[in-house]
Each structure stands twice: as structure tokens, then as C-alpha cells.
Design a binder for this molecule. Sequence first.
Ligand code: NDP
Length: 481
Amino acid sequence: MILTRSAPMAAHTETKSSEGRNKYAMNGTGSSPAQWGRAWKVDWFSLASVIFLLLFAPFIVYYFIMACSQYNCSLTMPATELFMGKADLLDIWNKTPPLTWKAATIYTSWVIFQVVLFMLPDVCHKLIPCFRGGVQEGADTPAGIVLNYEINGLQAWLITHVLWFANAYHFHWFSPTIIFDNWIPLLWCANILGYSVSIFVMIKAYCFPSNAEDCKFTGNFFYNFMMGIEFNPRLGKWFDFKLFFNGRPGIVAWTLINLSYAAKQQELYGQVTNSMILLNVLQALYVVDFFWNEAWYLKTIDISHDHFGWYLGWGDCVWLPYLYTLQGLYLVYHPVQLAIGNAVGILLLGLVGYYIFRMTNYQKDLFRRTDGNCKIWGKKPKYIECSYMSADGTKHYSKLLTSGFWGVARHFNYTGDLMGSMAYCLCCGFEHILPYFYIIYMTILLVHRCIRDEHRCSGKYGKDWKQYTDVVPYRLLPGFF
Ligand code: NDP
């Protein structure tokens, strides 16, 4: 059942950020207008990267999953067979399980179920007072609009997982290995959804944008398709494409996929290895953290700066659920029983990484929410006053935190994230490179993201950003980068 929103909630769905603005705004005095999201103009390097990703990203996913399911997780074997003439592309394609009605039914039911959960009002924040759920404000958009979001990801995750365990231990409607057993047929479904949503939002941006003032057109079709035109495409007042596709179905599915891998290990080997348990625990911590802090997520780059196109639409449907879960898939084919010392070491690395990641994000969120009226590491925060202009020429004031983890490095949250990512990979031992894809990918992603973000911040804050980088000179690791 899809519940409609009550009138009071709907009434303040979308407002010009007048309160925040009036508090800080005055006429602009010449600093450059703030940059949001992707570029207005496309340079050759960006265009080449976009075309490369559009052409090859789907094959990268296909290659990794096929390498695992048909070549015992060897990344080199399929390529070697091709180069040595032992197999041709058609042989590999013939080994690929096709799209099935069963997979289509599972996937369609899954997405519809997540849409229904997404549209439900949040109850968790009423039951757990310290949880920031229910209706929450997003960040200022370039056009100066503040959207409201129903934060109910934790509720959706809990309901989904309670049902999963109820099925596994009581109802037995389907096997808990169902995801693993249909993994490649489901890949076709995920691709169909990923491409459909990307094409739909592109057409929508031209024909019926949710907010025309927040659209960006570059004149280059491929760049527009990949990086998105609309900033916050919505259907109705509440179905927000970015929040839905970023968080569900991909991230809710992440922990279910891992559980399905653990169930498969149990079925195949009569036990679940400690590495699989460790991986399930560490990644579940990351996923639950994401939903517990979904209100904070509204202020991250994904929601407050990126436009919604293939990069997010297809990426959330295909790239995330298939490549972020590679370690679990690997452990089904190569069960690893870790020595206790190694398991404890990996657990500690994962937990310390998580602590740094969480506390860094928390410190910025607290600092920005309270406008600096808080304590960071028990002391009044240190910060740099900064200003920027929005597209309409209004000058705004903000602050850049320089104490706590934000005084250690400019993106220490990424460093914590990378430590956690490394811990996931280490669960798989050292026999194959495939499970290490995640740390390699995350390093590239976060370093690129860091540079991209800093380029934007530098344009946004000008000399104030320079002052900030003088006070906090390193990006990820003090003394190194
Ligand atoms: P951040 O949360 O670090 O946000 C960057 C923004 O914060 C900047 O654009 C700027 O925005 C503001 N800012 C920068 N420096 C300061 C400061 N000193 N004080 C106050 N505000 C500051 O980046 P992300 O949104 O990329 O990441 C959020 C988390 O998500 C990270 O922990 C990251 O590791 C994780 N992540 C995980 C991914 C995954 O695939 N697993 C992918 C991407 C991110 P403003 O314009 O408001 O000043």
C-alpha cells in the first residue's frame, strides 16, 4: 500500500531557502558564483572519460562477475583464453546465464517493494528519539531551493531484513541463496532498470523537469546523459530519484546479498567461514550507519552537488550492488578461514577505519548544524569564516572547520573509509587480486572525488579556501598527500 502524505507535510515540501538566506544574505560583492555539481562546459578529457565509462563500465561488471562464476575468480583466465585462442568471445558469451522470468519476477518484486517502503512515512524517529528521521531539509540547490525529504531508510532496511530472517528461519517462502543462485540473470534486470531510469530522467529533464532553474545543459549529449541534467528529479512531491536510487535498492540490497553469500557457503560447505562472518559484520556496520545517518547524507556531495544521470542511476543499480559485494562472492568460491590473530587485526582495522569515517562526518555535520556552537574534541571549534555567491548574485556566509579530524586532513573521512575498504578486502586472503578491486576502485574514486570537490570549493570560496588549505595543508594523509 502506498500511503499518501498528510497535508501539513506536503505543505512545506519545497521552499525557497528564505530563512537561511535572509539570515546570511546580502548583496554580492564580487566573489565568483558558487559551482554546483558537474561542469557547464565539457573539455576533451571529461568527454573521453565519459565515453570510456559508457562503453566499458558495463563490460567491467560483466567481466568480474563472469570471472568469478565461470573462471574460479581468476581475472586473467578469461583474457588469457581469448589471447591464446583457446576461446573466443562467443564461447564466453555462451557460458553466460541468460535473463530468466524468475529473475525478472524477483527483481521487479524487489524494486516495487522498495518503492513502497520508500513512500511510507517514517516511524523510527518516533520510537527512537535520537534518530533524525521523518521530514528533513536538504541543502540549498543552485537556484536557492531547499527540498524536503522523508528520511525512512532505516525503517526500510529493518523491515526488509526482518522479513528476510523471518523467511529464512520460519516461513521458507524462498531459499536464502536466491540472490546468489540468480546472480547473473539478475544482472540483466539491474542493467535494464539502470538504463531505463537514466533514459527516463534525460527525457524528463527536457520535457517536464522538476525544477527547470536547477538543470544544467552542456550541449553534449553523452556528457548530459552520463552526468545528468536535472539536479533533483522527482515524481510528485516525494519520489526523489536521487535519494531512492542512491540508498535503495542498491544499499538495502548490499547486506542481503552478503547474507545470501553466507547462506550459499553454508549450503556448499556445511559451515560459514569466519572471514564471511567478519565481512558481513563490517559491511553491515557501514550500511546501517548509512541509514542511521541518512539525514546527514542529504548534505553530502551526492545529494547536494551531483546531478542525476547514468553515473548515479546505472551506477546505483548495477555498479554498486555487483562490485561492492565482490568479496562475499569470492568467498563463496574460495572459502577462507582466517587465523584468529589475522581476523582480530582485520576487525580492528575495519573498526578504527569506521570510527574515523563516522567521527569525521559527525564533526562536520554537528559543526554545520549548530553553526559552530558546539564542542569538537571537548573544545570550542576552530574555523575559518568564508563567503560565496549563489547563481542569483546573493552573497552567503559559511564556515570551514579546522579542528578535530578536519584539522588533521581536509578529507580524513575518506581516509577512514579507505581503511574500512581495505579491511573488507583482507578478509579474502591473498590468493587472488579480484577481491582487491574494491580498495583499488575506492582509492581512485575518493582521490578523484577529493580533487573534484576541492576544485569546486576553491571556485566557491576563493581566497577563503586558500586560507583553509594553508591551515590544513594535506588532503588524506598528513605528511603524504
Ligand atoms: P564530504 O562529506 O567530505 O563533503 C565535502 C563538502 O563538505 C565540501 O564540498 C564542502 O561543502 C564541505 N566542507 C569541506 N571542508 C569543510 C570543512 N573544513 N568544514 C566544513 N565543511 C567542509 O564529502 P562526500 O559527500 O564526498 O562524502 C561523505 C562520506 O561518504 C565520506 O565519508 C565518504 O568517504 C563517503 N563516500 C562513500 C562512497 C562509497 O561509494 N562508499 C562514495 C562517496 C562518498 P560546502 O560547499 O557545503 O562547503
